[in-house]
Design a protein around this ligand. Sequence first.
Ligand code: CA
Length: 156
Amino acid sequence: MACLGLQGQVVSSSTWFAPAVAAGGQGPEMLTDGDMSSSTNWTESAEWSIAGGVASYDNTAGGTLAQADGDMVSSIAINTDYDLAFDVSNLTGSNAYFWVESSDGGIEYIGQMSISNGPYSLDFTTGGDVGIKGFRIRALDDGAFDIDNISLKEDL
Ligand SMILES: [Ca+2]
């Protein structure tokens, strides 16, 4: 059947009932406790702490916040597209640097980037080698910050 559009034109039913979300989308969440509700499945170097529902980097030296492959809901795979989201707040200092890597740092997923406060939505594609897999953020001064709501999903 046809429907009348806003200007009175005839709109085909296939247009009128087009789905709101296109095909593709995202897979399920792959990280455990990305909301920082618990530190159990995260491994923090001395420069990081998880408390009060956020992870905090203290800017004293380079440091890592990691989740081993076995602690993730699902594993990073080779030659796959991923969407990574997180929120940064309370940044001090002039800048902070940030890498996203496999849990031992052997494989780099996202190279050095400077960060500021705000929500981030990034994507990356793994290569043919993901090493021991897992996930970690490596931070380097200058700048302490908090991070929360870390989400990693396959970009379908
Ligand atoms: Ca939180």
